[in-house]
Design a protein around this ligand. Structure first.
Ligand SMILES: NC(=O)c1ccc[n+]([C@@H]2O[C@H](COP(=O)([O-])OP(=O)(O)OC[C@H]3O[C@@H](n4cnc5c(N)ncnc54)[C@H](OP(=O)(O)O)[C@@H]3O)[C@@H](O)[C@H]2O)c1
Length: 216
């Protein structure tokens, strides 16, 4: 597939770009915000495109047939940026994808986004989960072939390669490496059984990543 990675310069996004570029099956376009990030993307084997989720960016979705959304405003910005990037930016990406007839849309979301009330005692976290929830619902209602990937807490450890994947994890307090999340996002593109599904993922000893996804 020809895949646009939104949030390509992020920690998880960069791993997604690298894995897509190394695979024989995909071409990669990397959406970044700054020109100085372009050479890193080229070195990884991706074609960079400069665009900002807070502006119009429909041109970034030209010539691709799949999108992986791995952007986020991060924990150090205020609620306004969470709304602008994680919610409105993601919704715009969905709308552009729909306009352009994109075949596949993979959304990196979070556990808790199905029910933000789980964080009703923490205003900032609740706002973040509500933004993710609203973006996910917009994608579900878009008619696009989507997969929403909701990891537990992210870690920067090396890949573990083994996960539990479920429609709803029994314990949502686990962890997962960003590298394994990146693998899930990339593999999800080509697994038809994941079309129009929301999945939760965590590291465990249960299964290699692809079989865990294929059995859902
Ligand atoms: N932390 C956790 O435990 C956890 C758990 C579950 C889910 N998640 C979700 O996982 C996602 C990825 O996490 P991560 O740590 O890999 O993220 P990250 O390193 O913070 O990367 C986020 C990326 O989004 C980009 N971005 C921010 N605002 C943008 C804008 N206006 N236009 C275009 N791009 C923009 C950033 O661009 P720059 O590089 O230019 O800054 C950055 O590349 C996040 O959405 C987060 O909500 C996190």
């Amino acid at each position: 597939m020809h895949v646009l990675v939104i949030g390509a310069n992020g920690t998880t996004g960069t791993m997604v770009v690298e894995k897509l570029a190394k695979s024989e099956q995909h071409l990669v376009k990397a959406m970044i915000r700054k020109t100085e990030q372009a050479s890193k993307m080229e070195e990884l084997g991706a074609r960079p495109i400069i665009a900002d989720l807070e502006s119009e960016f429909d041109y970034a979705l030209e010539d691709v047939n799949a999108v992986i959304f791995a952007a986020g405003s991060g924990p150090d910005t205020g609620a306004d940026k969470t709304t602008a990037v994680d919610e409105e930016g993601a919704k715009k990406a969905v709308d552009y994808a729909k306009e352009k007839g994109i075949e596949r849309f993979i959304m990196l979301s979070s556990v808790g986004a199905d029910d933000p009330s789980v964080a009703s005692d923490n205003e900032t976290f609740h706002h973040y989960l509500q933004a993710k929830h609203n973006a996910d619902e917009h994608l579900k209602q878009s008619g696009l072939d989507y997969t929403i990937v909701r990891p537990v807490g992210l870690e920067d450890e090396p890949a573990k390669g083994k996960i539990t994947a479920s429609k709803s994890l029994a314990n949502k307090k686990g962890t997962i490496t960003r590298e394994d999340v990146a693998t899930v996002l990339v593999e999800s593109l080509l697994i038809d059984g994941l079309k129009n599904m929301s999945i939760e993922i965590e590291n465990s000893d249960e299964s290699d990543i692809v079989p865990a996804l294929e059995k859902l």
